[in-house]
Design a protein around this ligand. Structure first.
Ligand SMILES: CC(C)(COP(=O)(O)OP(=O)(O)OC[C@H]1O[C@@H](n2cnc3c(N)ncnc32)[C@H](O)[C@@H]1OP(=O)(O)O)[C@@H](O)C(=O)NCCC(=O)NCCS
Length: 166
């Protein structure tokens, strides 16, 4: 039986050994090394990795935190480790921290054709905020804008108290 998934901040040496490798196997138009390096330099950005069996990186998630908003920019799991709860563990970790930090909401965009990812987010109580027309430059595909609000989620471990004035 495999070990539990652990989530921790990425190390710079894992950019080439893990992030770029997983990204290229996961996205039709993968982020470049330069794009990842910009995230390492961005003070509002942080990259989390999922590990199992010691230090094997099997997934990553890129998150921005700007004041009380959290935005998930990228999530990917090594194809050999999919459907084992790794993606859910990473997103749930971000939601737990958002609830703990009393974030107002968590948002992300997802391709309308990306059924596995949409299923993952729905299973964690994300809802549809809107649709961004022709959001993806590579093929003109629309994005769904999804949102998650700690105080409205059954998942929130530390929900914000409702505003008594409504
Ligand atoms: C989307 C992705 C991150 C999911 O990672 P994962 O580790 O395989 O997902 P999990 O095992 O945690 O699955 C959690 C839930 O998501 C849904 N799900 C995941 N993969 C699915 C699939 N192929 N088909 C249908 N539902 C799926 C299911 O509801 C699943 O729960 P279940 O296994 O109990 O039925 C992964 O498929 C991936 O890396 N895809 C390529 C990159 C990508 O599309 N990223 C998202 C960009 S917004």
């Amino acid at each position: 039986m495999s070990e539990p998934v652990r989530i921790r901040p990425v190390r710079i040496d894992e950019l080439r050994s893990a992030l770029l490798r997983i990204e290229r196997m996961s996205q039709p138009h993968p982020w470049s090394e330069t794009a990842f390096l910009a995230e390492f330099d961005n003070p509002v950005s942080d990259i989390l990795v999922a590990t199992r069996n010691g230090e094997d990186v099997i997934g990553f998630l890129v998150r921005w935190r700007i004041t009380d908003e959290v935005h998930i920019l990228n999530v990917a799991v090594d194809p050999t480790a999919r459907r084992q709860g790794v993606g859910r563990a990473m997103v749930r970790h971000v939601l737990d921290e958002a609830a703990r930090d009393q974030a107002a909401f968590v948002t992300l965009e997802v391709r309308v054709s990306n059924d596995p990812a949409i299923e993952l987010y729905r299973s964690l109580d994300f809802f549809t905020v809107g649709r961004r027309k022709e959001y993806y430059a590579d093929n003109g595909e629309d994005a769904l804008l999804l949102g998650w609000i700690p105080s409205e989620s059954t998942h929130a471990t530390n929900p914000v108290a409702p505003n008594p004035t409504g």
